[in-house]
Design a protein around this ligand. Structure first.
Ligand SMILES: Cc1cc2nc3c(=O)[nH]c(=O)nc-3n(C[C@H](O)[C@H](O)[C@H](O)COP(=O)(O)OP(=O)(O)OC[C@H]3O[C@@H](n4cnc5c(N)ncnc54)[C@H](O)[C@@H]3O)c2cc1C
Length: 499
C-alpha cells in the first residue's frame, strides 16, 4: 500500500500494536481524523496471527496468545470485544505448573477448586488470590492505571479493604520473605510461574505485581484464548477505526519526523529509543538523552510448533490449562532467571506453552495443530531456542518429540525482524522493575507527552507497561484530547451500528 498524499490529519499514530490501535480508536471516536502508519505489512503488532507457511491452514500467534488483560482492562471493557463478535473462550484451568516429583499445581478458574488442590496451602490461597479475585476491578485499576491518578475503584469501602491485601501479597512475594504465607512447593511454584510472565530476577516487586494481577484475573474472568487467534481482537479495533473514518497504511516505517504527514498530534507506538531517533534534535536535550538511556529487559525466544496431536503431558490435568509455565520449582525458576540476568542461556529456561486448540478446534487442520511457546533468554541471544524448548517440554511431557511435525525457532536477536519494537527480543518494551513500571520511559509527571512538541509516546514503553490491554494508548489519547484539542470528556467506545 502507498502513503496517502500529504495532507493535514488531526492525529497520526505510528504503529498498529494494541496500544497504537487503542489510541487511534479513541481519537477517531472523539471525532478526529486519524491516520495510522505501520512498518510491517500486517496490522496488530504484538497481537498478530499469521500463516508462517509451516503447514497448510495452520495459523500461529507470533507474539501474544493468552488474553486475560483484553477481557479485564478498562479500555477493552469499554470497547467490548465480545459484543463485536470476538469469541474469547476461557478454559476451565487458567494456568498450570507441572513439577518433576509431585503432581502439577493447577490454577483452575474456580478459586475454591484451586485451593482444594493445594493441600496445606488451601487456606492461604483462599485468603489471598481467592479473596482478590472477588475484587478483580480494584486489582486491575491499581495495576493498569497511569500511576499518576487515584484509581476510582479505591473509593468504595469494599475495595478499600482489598487494597491492603493486594499490597501485602505484593510486598511478601516481592521480597526475600517470599516463602510467606505459602508453605508448600506446589503453591509457591504456581504463583512464581505466573509472575514469570515478566522476565527478570526473582523475587522482585514487579514480578509479584504480575502474579497478583494475572493470578487474580485467573480466578475472575479467566485467561481467555480468542477463537481464530489474537488477530481477531486487533481486527475488531481496525474495523471500528475504519468505521469512524480512520485510515491505515502498512509497510511504512517511520525513521524520522519527516516520514509523518503534518498533523496536530502524533502518537508513537514505538520504543523510547525509536522516539528519540524519530525526533532527533527536536526534543529538549535532557528528554532526548533520557529516552536514549532507556534500558531494555531480557528476552524471549519464540518457537512455533506444528503438532500431530496434543502435548502428552505426564499429568493429564496440565492439558486442561490454557497456558503452561515450565520451570519446575520456585528455586529452579529463580536460578534460571538469574542465569538469564547474568547473560547466560540457562539449561532449563523458564518456558511458556499454549495450545489454542484446547478451546478452539478451528485451529486444527488436517489433524495438525499449532503450539505457541517461548523461552526466557538473555537480551540479544543468538541461540536457536528450538532444542531448549523441546527438552523443557519433554521433561514434563515425555513423548513430545513424537508429535512434532515441524517448527520454527526465532533467536532473541531476530525477534525484531517482524516488529522493530522487540529490541534484542525484549517483549516488554523495557526492563520490568517496579520503578520502570512507574517511571517508564523516564521519571516525569506526564510520561506520555514528549515535551511541548505535539508528539506523544503511547506504547508499552509508558505506564502501565506491557500486555494486550490497550491502556497505554488510552491514557496517552486522553492527554492528547485534553492538551491538543481541549476535549475533556472521553468518547464512548461501545459498539455502534457502523461496526
Ligand atoms: C512473544 C511474545 C509473547 C507475548 N505474549 C503475550 C500474551 O500472551 N498476553 C499479553 O497480554 N501480552 C503478551 N505479549 C506482550 C504484548 O504483545 C505487548 O505488550 C503488546 O503488544 C504491546 O503493545 P504495543 O502496542 O505497545 O506495541 P506492539 O504490539 O509491539 O506494536 C508496535 C507496533 O508499532 C510498529 N512500529 C514500531 N516502530 C515503528 C516505526 N518506526 N514505524 C512504523 N511502525 C512501527 C510495530 O511494527 C508494531 O506493529 C507478548 C509479546 C511477545 C513478543
Amino acid at each position: 500500500m502507498s502513503v496517502p498524499p500529504a495532507h493535514e490529519f488531526d492525529a497520526v499514530v505510528v504503529g498498529s500494536g494494541p496500544n497504537g490501535l487503542a489510541a487511534a480508536v479513541t481519537l477517531a471516536r472523539a471525532g478526529l481524523s486519524v491516520q495510522v502508519l505501520e512498518s510491517e505489512e500486517t496490522l496488530g503488532g504484538g497481537a498478530r496471527t499469521l500463516d508462517l507457511g509451516l503447514a497448510p491452514g495452520i495459523l500461529h500467534d507470533i507474539c501474544s496468545a493468552g488474553h486475560p488483560l483484553a477481557l479485564a482492562s478498562p479500555f477493552f471493557t469499554k470497547f467490548d470485544v465480545r459484543a463485536r463478535g470476538v469469541e474469547l473462550v476461557a478454559p476451565e484451568a487458567s494456568y498450570a505448573q507441572p513439577l518433576d516429583a509431585e503432581p502439577a499445581a493447577i490454577a483452575w478458574r474456580d478459586a475454591e477448586r484451586t485451593a482444594d488442590g493445594l493441600g496445606a496451602d488451601a487456606a492461604a490461597w483462599r485468603a489471598t488470590l481467592g479473596a482478590l479475585s472477588r475484587d478483580q476491578d480494584l486489582v486491575v485499576e491499581l495495576s493498569l492505571g497511569d500511576k499518576r491518578s487515584i484509581p476510582q475503584a479505591l473509593v468504595t469501602p469494599r475495595t478499600l479493604a482489598a487494597a491492603p491485601l493486594f499490597g501485602a501479597l505484593l510486598g511478601l512475594q516481592g521480597t526475600p520473605a517470599w516463602s510467606l504465607p505459602f508453605r508448600t512447593e506446589r503453591a509457591r511454584a504456581l504463583l512464581t510461574g505466573v509472575g514469570a510472565h515478566a522476565i527478570g530476577r526473582l523475587p522482585s516487586l514487579a514480578l509479584s505485581a504480575t502474579s497478583a494481577l494475572l493470578g487474580t484475573i485467573a480466578h475472575g474472568v479467566g485467561w481467555p484464548i480468542p477463537v481464530g487467534g489474537s488477530q481477531s481482537i486487533m481486527d475488531a479495533l481496525v474495523s471500528d477505526l475504519r468505521a469512524h473514518g480512520g485510515q491505515l497504511t502498512t509497510g511504512h516505517r517511520v525513521r524520522t519526523w519527516r516520514d509523518v504527514p503534518p498533523a496536530r498530534a502524533v502518537l508513537l507506538d514505538t520504543t523510547a529509543g525509536a522516539a528519540a531517533d524519530i525526533l532527533a534534535n527536536r526534543l529538549p536535550r535532557p528528554l532526548e538523552a533520557a529516552l536514549r538511556r532507556f534500558r531494555h529487559g531480557d528476552a524471549a525466544a519464540k518457537v512455533d510448533f506444528v503438532l500431530s496431536g496434543p502435548v502428552p503431558w505426564r499429568d493429564p490435568d496440565v492439558a486442561l490449562a490454557g497456558t503452561q509455565h515450565l520451570g519446575g520449582t520456585r528455586h529452579q525458576m529463580a536460578a534460571a532467571e538469574a542465569e538469564v540476568a547474568a547473560g547466560r542461556v540457562p539449561e532449563h529456561p523458564v518456558t511458556l506453552v499454549s495450545d489454542p486448540s484446547l478451546v478452539d478446534p478451528s485451529r486444527i487442520h488436517g489433524g495438525l495443530r499449532p503450539l505457541w511457546t517461548y523461552a526466557h533468554v538473555p537480551a540479544g541471544s543468538t541461540i536457536d531456542p528450538t532444542e531448549l524448548v523441546t527438552r523443557q517440554i519433554e521433561r514434563f511431557a515425555p513423548g513430545f518429540r513424537d508429535v512434532i511435525v515441524t517448527s520454527r525457532g526465532i533467536p532473541a536477536s531476530e525477534m525484531a525482524h517482524h516488529n522493530p519494537s522487540l529490541v534484542g527480543g525484549d517483549i516488554s518494551m523495557g526492563r520490568v522493575t517496579m520503578w520502570d513500571m512507574i517511571a517508564r520511559p523516564t521519571a516525569r509527571w506526564d510520561p506520555y507527552r514528549l515535551a511541548d512538541t505535539g508528539w506523544y509516546l503511547c506504547s508499552a514503553a509508558t505506564p502501565p507497561g506491557p500486555g494486550v490491554h490497550g491502556m497505554n494508548g488510552w491514557h496517552a489519547a486522553r492527554r492528547v484530547l485534553r492538551q491538543e484539542f481541549g476535549i475533556r470528556e472521553m468518547p464512548d467506545l461501545s459498539p455502534d451500528p457502523r461496526d
